[in-house]
Design a protein around this ligand. Structure first.
Ligand SMILES: Nc1ncnc2c1ncn2[C@@H]1O[C@H](COP(=O)(O)OP(=O)(O)OP(=O)(O)O)[C@@H](O)[C@H]1O
Length: 302
């Protein structure tokens, strides 16, 4: 029986204009063995619908061709199934692909899918929504909001969004959160929870995080002064954010965040901006619940 392999392509990810050529794929997936289907998302979140259709159409491998946002759309439909996720990194940061050592060159990434070596990775859950790389609240979400508004999906765009968020950062945020019923933290600068050890472009806030350890890495940065914000940014670039004494970092299987009613507390989920509607946020990890195709000989970098 022919194996169905589907490619879900985000044409707008990264620098944009992403295309895959059926002719270029056929040498890797012989037509006696595979049927190949290419699908392009025409709008935000359409990749979710396209993936659900692909599942009904009997795909055994579904390849997310984009960045962490596209991976989130596609992989969210595959958690707990036997369908394998392939990745072709067309995004700007490509954090998850990089953590999984998937080559950035399209030809090489296709060759990896052909080899079909699979590892099961942990998946994060925030209320009813999955995440695969990381989620963040506070300054992190501000950056993503500005990044999306700028429509410049490159590292330069990310740096510009960071500078804008820094300039506009308001002291009078007036938000209080409790983590696992602890004392209330007033105006936290950032709460970051990561499954993966990379945010993209080799930048990491949680360099010790692993996709295979059944744990989430948590980083809590309280309210800090602007000079300390700059110091934090620099330490992040050298993958040593924990050098800032104010930071609390630990690993956990789950946590609960309660925010004071009435205040907004924005978030980012795998690099996409989200408004948090609930006052109670439950975050947990589902161990090894997604099969992903990785390069032969892949081992956890941690
Ligand atoms: N045709 C489209 N037009 C606009 N947005 C789209 C389209 N197709 C997909 N999207 C959305 O684009 C968003 C961003 O995609 P993605 O994260 O893959 O790229 P990226 O942000 O450039 O990469 P990275 O997350 O690795 O930095 C996703 O939320 C996805 O739903």
């Amino acid at each position: 029986m022919l194996k169905h392999i589907h490619f879900i392509i985000n044409p707008k990810a990264g620098v944009g204009n992403n295309r895959l050529d059926l002719e270029a794929l056929t040498p890797y997936f012989r037509k006696e063995e595979y049927t190949i289907t290419l699908k392009y998302s025409n709008y935000k979140k359409q990749a979710l619908e396209l993936t659900q259709d692909s599942i009904r159409e009997g795909a055994i491998i579904i390849v997310a061709c984009g960045g962490d946002g596209t991976i989130n759309d596609v992989a969210s439909c595959l958690v707990g199934t036997s369908i394998r996720l392939g990745i072709i990194p067309f995004g700007s940061g490509n954090g998850l692909a990089s953590n999984l050592k998937i080559p950035l060159t399209t030809d090489k990434a296709i060759a990896v899918i052909k080899q079909h070596e699979v590892v099961n990775i942990d998946v994060g859950l925030i209320n009813e929504q999955y995440f695969f790389s990381n989620i963040g609240f506070g300054f992190d979400a501000d950056i993503i909001k500005n990044y999306e508004a700028s429509e410049m999906r490159t590292i330069k765009g990310y740096i510009r969004a960071s500078i804008k968020s820094f300039r506009e950062y308001k002291k009078e945020r007036n938000i209080g959160v409790k983590i696992n019923d602890s004392d209330c933290i007033k105006n936290p600068f950032m709460i970051f929870i990561s499954n993966s050890n990379e945010m993209g472009s080799n930048i990491s806030l949680t360099p010790k995080a692993s996709l295979h350890d059944g744990m989430l890495d948590v980083l809590i940065v309280p309210e800090i002064s602007k000079p300390k914000m700059l110091l934090f940014g620099m330490l992040m670039l050298i993958r040593k954010p924990h050098w800032l004494k104010d930071i609390k970092s630990y690993q956990t299987k789950n946590l609960k965040i309660n925010k004071e009613a009435g205040n907004t507390f924005d978030s980012q989920i795998d690099g996409e901006f989200h408004k948090v509607k609930n006052d109670q946020i439950y975050i947990s990890v589902l161990e090894k619940s997604l099969g992903v195709i990785v390069p032969r000989g892949y081992s956890d970098p941690i």
